[in-house]
Design a protein around this ligand. Structure first.
Ligand code: NAP
Length: 513
C-alpha cells in the first residue's frame, strides 16, 4: 500500500491525521492512503513566495516555455506506467487514461509552443498603445505582468493528470508558482506525476508543490496577489467562493464546476445521414467515456419528438455493445466509477431521474458483487419541464432523452434551463435553426459545439477540452474561464494601464507606440 506524501518546502512529507483510503474501483482492493494533515500551510506559501516565484520570474517566457516542453515530453515518456496507474486507481480503460494523460501532455506542449513565441521578458503588451492627451506625447499602453503570488490549484478526481497539467501550464508560463491539490479518490496518478515533476528537476524549487491532503486552511491565508483555480462540484465551488478571507482580500477565484450539458438534434436531421451518425457516436462516447465522469459529458439529449424512436434505437445499440468490466481487460470499453461514494451518488441520482422518466436501458440496480460498476443508463423524460432533469448532475454513465417540439425556441429554452453550462452541442444542417439556437444559448454556455454533415470525421467531439478554446461557463458551471490560448495566462497576471511619455512607455515595453 502506498502512503501518499506531500512535496512541500523542498522535501517530501508524510501526512498525519485520519487516513483516507484509496481503492481499485474494479476490485475494491486497497491501494493506498492519504493522511490529510501535517502540513504547515503558511510555510508552504512562504516557500512559494520567496523561493519559487523569484526563480520563475528570473526566467523569460521562452525559457518557461522550454520547461513546459520538457514536462510534456517527460509525461509522454512515462505514458505506459501512468496508464496502468489510471486503470488501477481511477477505473480508467486504456482509452480513458490516454484521454486524461494526452490531454495533460498536449496542453503542456500547446503552451510550450505558444510561450516560445512570446517576448523574452516577463511582460505581455495587451493590444496597441493609445493616444491619451491632446497630442501623441501622452501615451497609454496596457500590459500584463506576473503577479508575485501563488496559484493554488484544487483539482477534481476525474482528471488527475489533465486537471493538474492544464492549470500548471498556464500558471508556470505566466511566471507564478503552483501549489496543486489532487482530488482524493484518484490521487495515486497525480502523486506519481508529482514525483516525476519533482524528480525531473525541470521546474525550479518552490515553483511546484504538491498536496494530496486538505488545503482548506490555506484558503484562510491567501492574499491579494494569489489566485485559486478550483475544479469540482458546484457545492464545493460555492463554499470556496464564499470563504471570508478570499472575499475580504479580493483573492482571485476561478471556479470550474458542474454542468447539465445539453446535446440538441436539429429537426432537419435524417436518421440515415452523417449528421445523425455523428450525433449518436458523440452522445454514446460521452455517456461511456470515463464511465460518464466528465464535466463536459452530455446529460440532456434534446430530440425532436418525431426522431425519439430512431435516436433511442441507435443509442441502445451502441450502449449495449459497450462491454463493462475491469479496465485492465483489453476488450472492456467502460470501467467502474471512481469510488464507493460516487457509486452511491450515481445510483441515487438515477433513481431521482427515474421518478420523472421512463427507463430505456440500464438503471441503478447493482451490477456486480465487487467493484463500483454501474450500467450505461438511458432514460426518456415524461415531461420536458421536470426541474430535476435540468438541475441534477448524475456523474456517471447516464443521460436523459428529452423530446422537444421541433421549434428552435423550445430547444433554446430547454438548453438554458441548465442555469449555465460548460458546453452545449447541436447537430443540424439547417443554417436558420443553428443561428437561432446559437444566438439563444451562447450567453448561457462557455462553449457551443456544432456538428453537421461537413464536420463528420473531421471534428473532435464536444466532450474534449482543447487548449486553444476557453473552458468554463456561466452560472451553475462556476462562472469561470480557463485556457483559450494566451487568455489562460490572464488569471495569473495583472493587467496594468501604463500612462506617460510615449517615448518612455513605448520603450519600456518594447513598443514604440
Ligand atoms: P468535489 O467533491 O467538489 O472536490 C473537488 C476538489 O475540492 C477536491 O480536490 C476536494 O478534495 C476539494 N475540496 C473538497 N472540499 C473542499 C473544501 N472545503 N475546501 C477546499 N477544497 C475542498 O468534486 P469531485 O467529486 O472531486 O469532482 C466531481 C465534480 O467535479 C463533478 O461535479 C464534475 O462535474 C466537476 N468537474 C468540473 C470540471 C470543470 O472543468 N468544470 C472538470 C472536472 C470535474 P478531496 O477530494 O480531498 O475531498
Amino acid at each position: 500500500m502506498t502512503s501518499l506524501q506531500s512535496y512541500a518546502c523542498g522535501r517530501w512529507h508524510a501526512g498525519s491525521g485520519d487516513a483516507k483510503t484509496l481503492h481499485d474501483p474494479a476490485t475494491e482492493a486497497v491501494l493506498g492512503q492519504v493522511c490529510p494533515g501535517g502540513i504547515d500551510a503558511a510555510a508552504v506559501l512562504q516557500h512559494a513566495y520567496r523561493v519559487g516565484g523569484p526563480a520563475l520570474r528570473a526566467m523569460t517566457f521562452p525559457q518557461r516555455a522550454e520547461m513546459l516542453k520538457g514536462l510534456a515530453t517527460m509525461l509522454h515518456e512515462h505514458r505506459d506506467e501512468l496508464i496502468e496507474i489510471a486503470a488501477r486507481n481511477g477505473g480508467n480503460t486504456r482509452g480513458d487514461a490516454k484521454f486524461d494523460l494526452d490531454g495533460a501532455s498536449g496542453t503542456l506542449a500547446f503552451y510550450a509552443q505558444l510561450g516560445a513565441a512570446l517576448p523574452a521578458g516577463n511582460c505581455l503588451p495587451d493590444g496597441d498603445g493609445v493616444q491619451l492627451g491632446r497630442t501623441a506625447r501622452f501615451w497609454g499602453q496596457h500590459v500584463f505582468v506576473p503577479r508575485p503570488g501563488v496559484a493554488l490549484h484544487i483539482n477534481a478526481f476525474n482528471f488527475p493528470a489533465w486537471g493538474m497539467g492544464e492549470k500548471m501550464a498556464c500558471a508556470l508560463l505566466a511566471g507564478v508558482p503552483v501549489i496543486t491539490k489532487a482530488g482524493t479518490p484518484s490521487a495515486l496518478l497525480a502523486y506519481r506525476i508529482a514525483q516525476l515533476v519533482v524528480g525531473s528537476g525541470l521546474v525550479p524549487e518552490g515553483a511546484f508543490q504538491f498536496l494530496p491532503g486538505s488545503v482548506s486552511a490555506m484558503l484562510d491565508l491567501l492574499g491579494p496577489m494569489d489566485s485559486v483555480a478550483f475544479t469540482g462540484s458546484s457545492v464545493t465551488g460555492a463554499l470556496i467562493r464564499g470563504n471570508k478571507n478570499l472575499v475580504a482580500r479580493n483573492v482571485r477565484v476561478n471556479i470550474e464546476a458542474d454542468s447539465i450539458n445539453p446535446a440538441v438534434l436539429g429537426p432537419d436531421v435524417e436518421p440515415d445521414g452523417d449528421t445523425f451518425a455523428q450525433f449518436v457516436t458523440n452522445v454514446a462516447t460521452d455517456m461511456t467515456q470515463k464511465a460518464g465522469q466528465k464535466c463536459t459529458a452530455v446529460r440532456r439529449i434534446l430530440v425532436p419528438q418525431e426522431l425519439v424512436g430512431a435516436v433511442e434505437e441507435a443509442l441502445v445499440e451502441r450502449l449495449r455493445a459497450t462491454k463493462v468490466g475491469n479496465p485492465l481487460d483489453n476488450d472492456v470499453r467502460m470501467g467502474p466509477v471512481a469510488s464507493a461514494e460516487q457509486l452511491r451518488d450515481v445510483r441515487a441520482g438515477m433513481q431521482r431521474l427515474q421518478a420523472v422518466s421512463d427507463t430505456v436501458l440500464g438503471g441503478p440496480e447493482p451490477m456486480a458483487d465487487k467493484g463500483y460498476f454501474v450500467r450505461p443508463t438511458l432514460l426518456r423524460a415524461k415531461h420536458a419541464d421536470a426541474a430535476v432533469l435540468h438541475e441534477l448532475e448524475v456523474f456517471g454513465p447516464c443521460a436523459t432523452v428529452i423530446p422537444y417540439s421541433g421549434l428552435g425556441t423550445d430547444a433554446v429554452a430547454l438548453c438554458n434551463r441548465g442555469g449555465g453550462g460548460l458546453v452545449a452541442s447541436a447537430y443540424s444542417d439547417d443554417k436558420q435553426f443553428i443561428e437561432q439556437l446559437v444566438l439563444g444559448i451562447a450567453p448561457w454556455h462557455g462553449r457551443v459545439w456544432l456538428g453537421s454533415e461537413k464536420t463528420q470525421g473531421q471534428a473532435i467531439g464536444p466532450g474534449a477540452v482543447l487548449p486553444a478554446s476557453i473552458h468554463g461557463g456561466p452560472g451553475r458551471a462556476g462562472g469561470g474561464e480557463e485556457l483559450g490560448g494566451l487568455r489562460g495566462l490572464h488569471p495569473y497576471m495583472q493587467r496594468t494601464a501604463t500612462q506617460g511619455d510615449r517615448a518612455i512607455v513605448g520603450k519600456l515595453f518594447g513598443r514604440e507606440g
